[in-house]
Design a protein around this ligand. Structure first.
Ligand SMILES: [Zn+2]
Length: 174
């Protein structure tokens, strides 16, 4: 196994074993699920996995088109959608640290990640290997032509009277 020290994490990984496991498994979770959120995530992959993020995934031997799990959790102020999910790779976490982010300087997509041992929803092709789960949180644009069914999952704000919202004369005493 090779070793990497990353933001306080110390991890051993076997990129060759990981590549073999990805080649032998089926398509990524978004393709299997097929819901609108997943289709958008798949369509936006090229902008999500770039620069330092893509380099890191490839270093571990991960095929970035084959996530183990992906789900949307809501929308942030910038209008981007927050997705969480994870990948697996063959390896061992020797020293754990805190979640950290990679950001493509040319693009600005925020990609937060951390590692846990073992794996939820792990493809059978990883059986018999020591497996690390790379959990991520990515901010992703909506790139589909079809609008999102529930465009904003964040808690609803109390409705304001239209005149007040517009700063109109109704707020002024007569
Ligand atoms: Zn889905």
């Amino acid at each position: 196994m090779e070793r990497i020290t990353l933001e306080g994490w110390q991890i051993r990984y076997d990129a060759e074993a990981t590549r073999r496991a990805y080649l032998a498994r089926g398509p990524g979770y978004p393709e299997v699920c097929g819901c609108l959120d997943c289709r958008n995530y798949a369509a936006a992959r090229d902008t999500t996995y770039r620069g330092a993020t893509l380099e890191l995934l490839e270093r571990f031997g991960i095929d970035p088109s084959r996530e183990a799990e992906v789900f949307a959790t809501g929308q942030v102020e910038s209008g981007l959608y927050v997705y969480e999910g994870w990948f697996h790779f063959a390896g061992v976490v020797d020293v754990a640290s805190d979640p950290f982010t990679t950001r493509d300087p040319d693009h600005g997509t925020l990609f937060g990640l951390f590692f846990t041992a073992g794996g939820a929803l792990m493809p059978e092709t990883f059986n018999g290997l020591d497996v690390v789960q790379l959990d991520f949180r990515a901010e992703v644009p909506w790139v589909l032509d079809v609008p999102r069914e529930h465009p904003n999952d964040v808690p609803a704000r109390p409705a304001r009277p239209a005149a007040e919202a517009a700063g109109g004369p109704a707020a002024t005493p007569r």
